[in-house]
Design a protein around this ligand. Structure first.
Ligand SMILES: [Zn+2]
Length: 327
């Protein structure tokens, strides 16, 4: 007991213990401050990790945020996530996005896929080509397997069109036409959904401005041959409907492609290795044009595996989705 007491009374020994103790204390205080400072920065930096379980709520909120003028706030009602489009309630319904009266018929429909991996930059071509080759092979295998099955397990589920039909207030060709505005776009006439016509006019102004300093944009505008927006394309049997049918997609083609590939399906007619065409062999609008469209919520088809380099479509939700990390 005496010896321990002596340690603290002896000045030299007291310093021997106090200096490291003070150093440790200071280090702990600094660490604490750093933790607080970093914690404040964390939410933006790390993002919110969405688990599969929270996904229905998240995707509904993303859609509501992407189309604030058209979709109401998200609510949990009747055991599912829901929002209104106009007066009508729409439910998540296992990814089918069904109106209230069909809420319990999810099995009759296919789930709707939303791309949450739209790339910021055009991916390096080599890796895209390899992945594409692997996917094409497995798709061919899948087709072979399906062909050998004489009796499908159950009839193919239909693709649900209710969500986009309600969103753009379109369910027939005539109704679609009534929703379109005729505008001038880079010197060409364009039929586009009136809900995005003001956005298109703004894009036209920005691209025209860019052409004053960028010879590539100037040349691209001068060579524009086709500017095509609304076009009712609906394959009733498959339920496939192009976004052109709603008037929210636009194709921009030069007068002469000069042998360049633009739409994978056109190329695939006489080139089974359509995916193997390098970017230099494809028609690409200037980067400034692609960036301008993207900044207004338009995705560009040139970034798709099944490329469609003339195609832009208004999908603001895709730009929100790509920033949400999923587990
Ligand atoms: Zn198109």
């Amino acid at each position: 007991m005496m010896r321990i007491y002596k340690i603290f009374t002896d000045r030299k020994r007291r310093l021997f213990f106090l200096v490291p103790a003070l150093a440790i204390f200071t280090w702990l205080v600094v660490q604490k401050i750093l933790t607080i400072v970093y914690a404040q920065d964390m939410p933006e930096e790390s993002g919110v990790i969405i688990s599969e379980m929270d996904w229905p709520e998240t995707i509904m909120k993303v859609l509501s945020a992407a189309y604030p003028d058209r979709i109401g706030p998200v609510e949990f009602r009747n055991d599912d996530w829901a929002f209104t489009i106009g007066e009508k309630w729409f439910y998540y319904a296992d990814g089918r996005f069904l109106p209230e009266e069909l809420k319990d018929a999810a099995e009759d429909y296919r789930a709707m896929g939303f791309n949450f991996n739209y790339p910021q930059e055009l991916p390096a071509w080599e890796s895209t080509a390899e992945q594409r080759a692997a996917r094409t092979l497995s798709a061919e295998e899948g087709r072979r397997i399906r062909q050998t099955q004489t009796q499908p397990a159950r009839p193919a589920a239909r693709r649900p069109l209710f969500f986009f039909e309600a969103l753009w207030n379109i369910s027939s060709r005539d109704q679609a036409w009534e929703q379109q505005s005729q505008i001038d776009f880079l010197g060409h006439s364009l039929s586009i959904h009136s809900g995005i016509s003001q956005t298109m006019i703004l894009i036209d102004e920005i691209i025209t401005n860019e052409s004053k300093t960028s010879p590539a944009v100037r040349q691209w505008i001068d060579n524009l041959g086709t500017v095509a927006g609304w076009n009712w394309r609906s394959v009733a049997s498959s339920g496939n409907r192009s976004m052109h049918s709603y008037g929210i997609a636009i194709d921009l083609l030069p007068k002469n492609l000069g042998g360049l590939a633009t739409y994978w399906l056109w190329t695939a007619r006489d080139n089974p290795q359509w995916w193997n065409i390098p970017y230099s062999g494809r028609y690409h609008p200037p980067d400034e044009v692609i960036r301008t469209f993207e900044s207004f919520g338009f995705i560009w088809g040139g970034k798709w595996g099944n490329y469609d380099t003339m195609h832009f479509e208004y999908r603001p939700e895709i730009f929100i989705l790509r920033n949400i990390p999923r587990t």
